[in-house]
Design a protein around this ligand. Structure first.
Ligand SMILES: [Zn+2]
Length: 458
């Protein structure tokens, strides 16, 4: 079957973006169904649109037309039927991979919205330097916080060695050509033959990063777990052979596990490593309760629940920057943007990334929740791709509202892996807080009466 046409996508975009009166929406839906629906699948977004408009349909259409539309809409299956057939055994290894979409219902903006949210907050605290940076990003359509953090980390890294800066300059801007004076990149042109790092830009960068980290942490620290996290905890209570990998900095998953008495391992504290009862929680990109020391490189994890308590009761200032107990240097939050050379910058995290890689490779089912497989994060995509090609029985369940994601992934894997069965990637195109609890119950073989009666009616 062919995919969803551009025409359908445009129509949906238009209907979502503008608030048309229900009779006009119904009319456009009807025309589309009449002309196109036989040839292509329907986007699950139509379910919501129909839900909103159905009460008005009786004013617009005769009953037989309504019946016809309803039948077509009901044929939309946001969740692949195969998913309901999966039943796991004790030895089945399940790995969850959580992305920003899993935390969105907890009130944490997703990567693309986070930056504009932070600029709003920055404006409130009246920091001229941040306003300037915000303006600069806006003019260049830079709206992804990971891009900003990546650039800041690279600059910080390069700034320690003027030869590196000089070489970056050469590779990126001249490609080996002799540069004219105008072309020369560094803002301090008079230093062109021997570029020096501008001390004031480095301190600007450090200040900006600290303030951003402060704003970022304050957005995340008060967020609480949502039904997605709770569903994973209930699943783990019945199925110990489970690991969780998350790219989120927030503490929602940790909190849900800790509050339900689940012991954690795989964190940087190194606790419970040999305890078979403990659950592996791997935070690939760091965490709001992790810190590293600029001077001695020591990496520390602090008690998340205690940090939350301190913050909520306002007993102590939240330690965005702290003093290292080892050496007296400055401790900063350990939040790592998705860089493929992050190993160089944070060598202490190699164990964590290796553990993530093993946990993906060992999985019979990889349940990917709200993770967008972004271009920036090639490291994770590569591990998954290698693992899917080595372990031909491995399956992925993708819980994501983006309808294009699964078809894209199926094509991408099919291009890389010989004889790739596209049904190895299953889609649940719904919000995770709604879909995941049902899916996990079904995998455990827990009866769901609603599902059963639906199946009987078919
Ligand atoms: Zn130190």
């Amino acid at each position: 079957m062919s995919g969803i046409s551009e025409e359908q996508k445009d129509l949906l975009k238009d209907l979502e973006r503008r608030s048309y009166p229900p009779d006009l929406v119904l009319h456009r839906l009807f025309v589309f169904l009449k002309e196109k629906a036989e040839e292509e699948p329907l986007d699950p977004k139509w379910l919501n649109i129909w839900k909103k408009c159905e009460p008005d349909a009786y004013k617009v259409f005769p009953p037989d037309v309504i019946k016809e539309i309803r039948e077509k809409i009901q044929s939309i299956k946001p969740i692949d039927e195969e998913i309901w057939k999966i039943k796991i055994k004790d030895e089945t290894k399940v790995t969850f991979l959580l992305g920003a979409g899993a935390s969105a219902p907890s009130g944490i903006p997703t990567v693309n919205k986070l930056l504009s949210e932070l600029w709003k907050r920055a404006r409130k605290i009246g920091r001229e330097d941040l306003d300037r940076l915000a303006e600069w990003c806006k003019e260049r359509d830079i709206d992804n916080i990971e891009d900003l953090l990546t650039a800041a980390y690279i600059s910080n890294f390069a700034a320690r060695n003027s030869n590196v800066t000089s070489l970056l300059n050469y590779f990126i801007f001249s490609g080996g050509r002799q540069l004219s004076d105008e072309e020369y990149f560094l803002p301090r042109r008079r230093l062109r033959r021997n570029p020096q790092i501008d001390v004031s830009s480095i301190s600007f960068l450090q200040h900006t990063l600290q303030t951003l980290f402060g704003l970022l942490t304050s957005t995340m620290i008060s967020a609480s777990p949502n039904p997605t996290h709770e569903a994973i905890v209930s699943f783990i209570e019945r199925h110990k052979n489970t690991s969780i990998i998350t790219t989120n900095y927030d503490g929602c998953m940790d909190e849900a596990l800790l509050k339900n008495g689940v012991l954690l391992k795989g964190t940087i504290s190194g606790e419970n490593e040999d305890n078979p009862e403990a659950t592996q929680l791997i935070k690939m990109h760091g965490s709001i309760n992790w810190a590293y020391c600029d001077s001695c490189q020591d990496v520390r994890e602090f008690d998340l629940l205690e940090l939350k308590r301190i913050y909520e009761n306002d007993k102590l200032s939240y330690p965005v920057i702290g003093i290292c107990k080892n050496c007296g240097g400055l401790r900063r939050p350990l939040l790592v943007p998705p860089l493929s050379f992050k190993f160089l910058m944070f060598p202490n995290l190699i164990d964590i990334w290796n553990a993530a890689s093993r946990s993906i490779q060992d999985a019979d089912y990889l349940i990917v929740v709200g993770y967008s497989f972004s271009e920036a994060d090639t490291y994770i995509t590569k591990i998954i791709s290698r693992s899917m090609s080595m372990n031909e029985n491995q399956k992925m369940i993708i819980v994501n509202t983006d309808l294009d994601l699964v078809p894209t992934l199926r094509d991408r894997f099919a291009a890389h892996i010989e004889n790739f069965g596209k049904s190895r990637i299953l889609k649940a195109c719904e919000s995770s807080e709604k879909a995941l609890p049902e899916i996990l119950k079904s995998m455990l073989g827990q009866k769901d009466n609603k599902k059963k009666s639906n199946a009987k009616n078919k």
